[in-house]
Design a protein around this ligand. Structure first.
Ligand SMILES: *Cc1c(COP(=O)(O)O)cnc(C)c1O
Length: 362
């Protein structure tokens, strides 16, 4: 079966000695490896204002906490995502306000977001779903015009680009996940990056109970309760090895994605997704719209190719029932979208086989 997702782990000869070294070093908690990972991840996304964390969920939660979002506040978000984008908002006690998606892309629609803004809106949560980048030209305008901060959930978008730069320094906050199936895994892990460096220290406090690592325990005074959300040296060491391979690994996702953009461009029953101006996807998944999706998935599966939705729309969960509203564009997009295998494990022959299979019809 050609699968839709697969964890990438760097070669054994390279990875195992480093893991062994750190495991028996006596320094498995937070230390130099974490600092080094933060710094090298910062180089990778071309932004030094990075705080590493235990998960992408922690990154989202910290962004919301830095904004002191809580009961009585509203956060505009999308239902077209994985659950943690929105469970973290629910955890703060704020109300999630769904905005609709762009029917063509499945990504949050700036026009719908504008309509949903009220005097209670405290943040806009964007998801670069499957590695496709949101309409940032428009969202930057909205953020400036209303002075509402944007949180970019970039769990799928490591190496995606906006305005020629990796995502990660455009909005006030960008959140990454290094969970098993994301572009880069540290087994579990995450990071938050900031447009400006001013909140880095506060984020570091929030990841460690509210304590300031720069002072001794006795001198510390917790003013705001934090979490236990830091990355440890073992995951950071894994991340440092993984990072060396990311240009190649994500490069393969991108090459496969571009191949499909060409090869699938004029097949009856398939509508490809256009990318917004100034954006370049990193193709964590290859997403498109198809007619007769159930048949399409059955055919591919019978040929050993996985094709599916992967995520379930979030607005159907009971925990979000108070946010229920009409989302007609999402209804339509949701009926037709599908992912096909596109990652580093999909070789040239595989991708040709996938295109041939699709070309024969379903
Ligand atoms: C994976 C994911 C997250 C959360 O990441 P974890 O590291 O698993 O906590 C957040 N948002 C989206 C869209 C995701 O796919």
């Amino acid at each position: 079966m050609i699968s839709l997702v697969k964890p990438y782990i760097a070669p054994k000869e390279e990875m195992m000695p480093e893991i062994e070294q750190i495991l028996y070093s006596g320094y498995i908690a937070v230390g130099e490896a974490v600092d080094k990972f933060e710094s090298e991840f910062g180089d990778y996304i071309e932004n030094p204002n990075v705080v590493s964390l235990s998960s992408g969920t922690a990154a989202l939660h910290i962004a919301l906490s830095l904004l002191d979002i809580g009961p009585g506040d509203e956060v505009i978000s999308t239902a077209m995502t994985a659950e943690p984008t929105n469970t973290t908002i629910a955890l703060t006690g704020a109300k999630i306000v769904w905005a609709d998606v762009d029917r063509q892309t499945g990504l949050l629609d700036p026009a719908s977001v504008r309509e949903k803004i009220t005097e209670r809106t405290r943040a806009i949560m964007l998801v670069h779903y499957a590695g496709m980048v949101c309409n940032m030209d428009e969202f930057n305008k909205i953020s400036d015009e209303y002075n509402i901060p944007v949180i970019e959930d970039s769990a799928h978008a490591l190496s995606s680009k906006y305005a020629g730069k990796p995502v990660g320094s455009n909005s006030r906050y960008t959140c990454y996940s290094f969970q098993a199936i994301k572009h880069m895994t540290t087994i579990d892990g995450g990071a938050i990056s900031f447009k400006e460096g001013t909140e880095v220290n506060e984020a570091k406090k929030l990841r460690w109970f509210g304590l300031d690592k720069k002072c001794s325990r006795l001198e510390n005074d917790i003013r705001k309760a934090g979490y236990k959300y830091g990355m440890n040296n073992v995951n950071a060491t894994i991340g440092l090895v993984q990072l060396r391979h990311m240009k190649d690994i994500i490069g393969k996702h991108i090459a496969n994605g571009k191949y499909y953009d060409q090869a699938l461009s004029s097949i009856p029953g398939i509508t490809l997704i256009p990318y917004y101006p100034n954006t370049e996807p990193s193709y964590w998944l290859y997403t498109m719209q198809v007619e007769n999706r159930a048949e399409f998935c059955r055919l591919l599966e019978s040929r050993g190719i996985m094709a599916s939705l992967l995520h379930h729309r979030s607005d159907t969960h009971s925990v979000f029932s108070l946010s229920k509203c009409e989302l007609p564009a999402l209804d339509q997009f949701y009926e037709h979208f599908v992912h096909i295998p596109c990652g580093w494990w999909v070789g040239d022959e595989d991708r040709e086989f996938i295109v041939d299979t699709i070309k024969r019809g379903w």
